[in-house]
Structures are given as structure tokens and as C-alpha cells.
Design a protein around this ligand. Structure first.
Ligand code: SAH
Ligand code: MG
Length: 219
């Protein structure tokens, strides 16, 4: 009986906050804002996974594709004081991200580039990145990967978010979906194959958060 009692206590502790995430008041406000305004920021489980990858690999320089309001950039930056370069094409998002990064006191560590990521290579081509976080338009994932991985350091890591497309990628019967959604799913499926078959990267795709791919450069 005493043992059972103890187990229950352990379970309860674990269930309370197994991801062990903590947020500053600013970050809490960003989460609330994102929810209210349907900004697709990274979900908690995905964030915890991404932050552990950063803790393990200690990247000096991180490239993010898809800033939105700066939530993931601010979180990634502070894990081990990395420099972050992040690209966002939406002007309103960029304005908010600049404000949020400033409020977080990390303007000197996070560079925000307002441009379509498909046209921003020139701006970052002189950098070397240790980690690239792809989190923008899903239909362009393969293009982002091909465009920016030449800037990756040896044994660098590419993390891609939203690989599951909320589970739709695994649905056999897609005929109920709209044409554009089906097109998007096809492109995302092709990206899955592209990553898993890539000769220069070891990729695993995890059912964590909204689906996260981790690709490690072989050399
Ligand atoms: N990384 C953020 C969420 C990004 S949401 C976080 O987790 O906090 C995806 C963002 O990518 C959106 O703000 C969208 O405007 C941007 N985006 C989509 N396609 C893009 C492109 N081709 N170039 C730059 N930004 C893009
Ligand atoms: Mg995402």
C-alpha cells in the first residue's frame, strides 16, 4: 500500500509538467496572442524537443525560416546563447517580431530578415549555420532545404517542423480534402521521401508535436 501511494505521487509529479518547460511573462503573452490570432507557433512538445536538440548540439549560429512573431527565435536563442538569423516575408509579423525580440532584450543576438526565404539567400550566404530550423510554407520545404543546407557546418542539423500536417499526411483516403490541401499534402509527402532518401543526411521523422524531422549532415 505504501509503495502504491509513492507511485501515485511520482506519476502525478511527472504528469504535471513532463516537458519541464518554463516561460517568461513575455513568452506567455506570445503564446496567448498566438492562440487568439491563429499564429501557428511551435507547440509545446515540439519546442521541448527542439530545445533539447539545441542543448545537446550547442549550435553557435542558427538559421530559422519562418519567424512569425519571434516566439521560437527567442526560445532557441536563449537555450545556449546562440546567434539566430531568422527570415520572415510577412511585414506585420516582422514588425511584431522586432518588437518582441526587443522586449526580450535579445536584439543583438537575433537578426530578422524581412524577405521571402526563396529570395533571401544573398543576405545570409556568408554565414555558416550549425542548425537550420525550417518552419515556413510547407509547399516549399524541399526548396528551402536545397537552398540553405549548403551553408550548414559539418555534422550540422536541420530540424523541420509540421511534418505531420495535423495527421493528414497519414490519411489514406484524401478524397474528402480540398484540391489545395491535397496538393500541399502531396508536396509534404514528397519532402518526407526527399529527406529519407537524401545521401548526405541521416533523417528521422518523429511523431512529436506536429511532426518533427531531424536531419543530421553525414560529414
Ligand atoms: N517559427 C515560428 C512560427 C512560424 S509560422 C514559431 O514557432 O514561433 C510560419 C511563418 O512562415 C509565417 O509567419 C509565414 O508568414 C512565414 N513564411 C511562410 N512562407 C515563407 C517564405 N517563403 N519566406 C519567408 N517566410 C515565410
Ligand atoms: Mg511550425
Amino acid at each position: 500500500m505504501a509503495v502504491e501511494q509513492k507511485n501515485v505521487t511520482v506519476m502525478e509529479t511527472v504528469e504535471n509538467n513532463p516537458l519541464h518547460l518554463e516561460w517568461t511573462p513575455l513568452e506567455q503573452n506570445l503564446r496567448i496572442y498566438a492562440k487568439e490570432h491563429h499564429v501557428p507557433i511551435i507547440v509545446d512538445e515540439g519546442l521541448a524537443f527542439l530545445e533539447q536538440i539545441i542543448r545537446i548540439s550547442r549550435p553557435k549560429k542558427i538559421l530559422e525560416i519562418g519567424t512569425a512573431i519571434g516566439y521560437s527565435a527567442i526560445r532557441m536563442q536563449k537555450v545556449c546563447n546562440s546567434e539566430v538569423v531568422t527570415i520572415e516575408r510577412n511585414h506585420t509579423m516582422v514588425e511584431q517580431a522586432i518588437q518582441n525580440v526587443s522586449s526580450a532584450n535579445v536584439s543583438s543576438k537575433i537578426t530578422i530578415i524581412e524577405q521571402d526565404a526563396l529570395e533571401a539567400f544573398e543576405q545570409v550566404k556568408d554565414y555558416t549555420f550549425d542548425l537550420i530550423f525550417i518552419d515556413a510554407a510547407k509547399a516549399q520545404y524541399t526548396k528551402f532545404f536545397e537552398m540553405y543546407t549548403p551553408l550548414l557546418s559539418s555534422h550540422g542539423i536541420v530540424v523541420t517542423d509540421n511534418m505531420s500536417f495535423h495527421g493528414l499526411v497519414h490519411e489514406e483516403d484524401l478524397k474528402d480534402q480540398s484540391r489545395s490541401v491535397r496538393g500541399l499534402i502531396r508536396k509534404l509527402s514528397n519532402y518526407h521521401k526527399f529527406l529519407l532518401n537524401h545521401a548526405s543526411y541521416d533523417t528521422s521523422i518523429f511523431e512529436i508535436g506536429d511532426g518533427i524531422a531531424v536531419s543530421v549532415k553525414k560529414e
